[in-house]
Write a protein that binds this ligand. Sequence first.
Ligand SMILES: NC(=O)c1ccc[n+]([C@@H]2O[C@H](COP(=O)([O-])OP(=O)(O)OC[C@H]3O[C@@H](n4cnc5c(N)ncnc54)[C@H](O)[C@@H]3O)[C@@H](O)[C@H]2O)c1
Ligand SMILES: O=C(O)C[C@H](O)C(=O)O
Length: 737
Amino acid sequence: MIRIALLPGDGVGEEVLDGPSRLLRQLAQEGAVEVTGPWPVGARAAAATGEVLPEETLAACDAADAILLGAVGEDPGVPAEVCPRPEVALHRLRERYDLRISVRDVPMGEDRDLTVVRNLIGGSYGTGPGDRTYSQDGGEAADVLRLTPERIAEVVELGIDRARQRGGGRLVSVDKANLYATGRLWRDVATEVAGRRGVPVEHRFVDRAAFELGSGGAVPDVIVTEGLLGDILSDLAAGRAGSPALCGSASIHPGEPVQGRCQGLFEPAHGSAPRRTGRDQVNPLGGFLALVALLQHFAETRTLGDRLRTAVQTVLRQGPWTYDLAPDGVAAAGTRDVAAAVLAAFDDAGTTAATGATEPRTAQEPAGVEAVEAVAEPAVRVPADDLQAWTVEVLEAVGVRPSHAREVAHVLAYADLSGIDSHGIARLPAYVAMIGSGAITADAEPTVHSDGGAVALVDGHGMLGHPVTAVALHEAVERARRLGLGWVNVRDSSHHGASGSYVYDAARQGLVAIAATNTGPIVAPTGSARPYFGTNPLALGMPVAGEEPMVFDMATSAVAGGKFEIALRLGKQIPLGWGLTAEGHPTTDPGAVYPGKGPLLPLGSDREHSSHKGYGLALLVELLTAVLAGGPFGPGVGNLTARAVTGPPRTSHLVVVLDPARLGDPTRMQAETQRLLGELRALIPVDPALPVRTPGQRAAAERTARRVQGVPLDAGTHAALRQLGERVGRPLGVPAR
Ligand SMILES: NC(=O)c1ccc[n+]([C@@H]2O[C@H](COP(=O)([O-])OP(=O)(O)OC[C@H]3O[C@@H](n4cnc5c(N)ncnc54)[C@H](O)[C@@H]3O)[C@@H](O)[C@H]2O)c1
Ligand SMILES: O=C(O)C[C@H](O)C(=O)O
């Protein structure tokens, strides 16, 4: 469990952290975090103890994973001569934990943040000998700006990671390459890192970037830049957002902590505002945004961070507002009222997310399809982060480029966390086998063909489908932002995992997305017993006010082939209607159908139950993917499921992304979606033990539970993964829970 040390500090720090502290104590009571403090720091600490950073505070910070700080600086209760430089406390903390990267998030409208990532130690913030000189006679002063490729690369890497966490977005690298040598180095390194990770990057001179930010131009998702430039640009962005309080600031150490447990310091970007201290006037949202950044930094509290971010957005939209944000004619609220509104919105978001989300799986036995897919008594549970990191290692060991390996791990982790056990880590051995046989190419890059308009075609060059689809998603999102809509077809790819992962990533950015793929032929069209189509999934993602996106993600067959794999591993029967024997007879024996024995059936299963509709949907996917992209269709597609791999899969995909803001108020759309889903869940169920659910509802609840409990693995999967690890020299050494 993560431990947080509270350091309210000087001036308005205490007032601004009051709301976030109360929330943390509530979360601590619920067992989600540990909290210590308040610990003294800054001018107030100096007045009380003679030290800006007393020993007890340092010890508490060493023992915490993260520090939540209010402000250090001028304080109306502490004369300047008692503590002339309170900010030294901040510098010492940064140095002690080597918090050398700054990440600032500025809310730029409906659930969209601009993230500015910059170096915080070194560069223009250098503190080396001779970095700052001021001649004795006052006739000259100099500051040295020194950068190395390593320092730049880690900033850019982190910027790309942040963009990836949100499912992509516009990455802009800002420099002054037309004047400074360090700017040229910055541009070279940013180009190299982005190229290596397969991410498009735009370059801007800082003056142009400032103009675009200040004049209402399109706001990037992530800016990576030198420390001082980022300092200025993030304030400019907060100005555009409407208040200096609209910026949560994180100082982070990349890698293992260097001292104690501390990984980062989180604070509002504004200062101690001494003249407003104690007046219940200042905007507390900076404190909440700092806490959002903190909670989102750790995998185990990320969902809580997302929920708090939604709560802040709700208050930004509906009020109450402090003096800096209150519209003309609306009375300004006080710090305490705004904080109370955020806390209420946080509780509401929790209630919404929890409504029916947790009960079905815990309060009742799995029913229907779930009866077969549920790993009821897992052999082992493994933390999702460990599995994800191990996946990257395994794929790199067999020659997959690191950025591609990370994409695969991201999609598998989505499935593993969401309870889509048919498409998570269990698929890794098959991917590695296909790389080994040469059916999948490890060492290539997708290429994008487009005239720059709304439509693009991505060529996957026979690579793993996950990084190829990630490129398609990125292209589609960029077009949706720029043109309102992006339609991207993909050819010559392979299995891309759970299609829902891609639409989920887009919907988390406030966009509406559709994804589909064809796959190896195992499903018989209505009227035939011969496999022709794949299980051809179709997925839709929609953003929803105050809760996780709605993701509807389904195979167009009665079930995905992966559910036969689970039934076989668990030794379970399947319901009638999933597949036929080789002789065309209905069966409950998964082994009589799969792999490659008899056909799977389309959604609907038989003519009496409208299987023509499932067949029609499979055809629709085949047309929209393969035929449009110019790839093979039907039996021409390579077969992963049947494990009789003779050649490359040559799979085709489709990713479509729409910016709903082009159709009207996206806030209204999200609220209406939420209302619609809420009405469905409120319908009186036929069986009170089986409440009506909405698509993706169980997956969202699973994500919350599995982040804490770990990913359940059945004995067969666990054994297969261990063997795989031994074979590629990366043993699955993760601790079992
Ligand atoms: N890459 C490929 O080639 C490929 C092929 C086929 C399937 N898949 C993946 O397999 C996964 C599983 O597909 P599936 O068809 O077996 O999924 P499924 O039948 O488990 O679920 C389909 C959808 O229905 C929703 N749902 C389930 N029960 C519900 C209920 N009671 N009320 C309301 N909604 C409910 C789910 O949230 C989901 O969105 C998907 O992620 C899919 O993308 C991938
Ligand atoms: O396994 C496949 O090839 C397709 C898909 O993942 C499925 O589960 O049906």
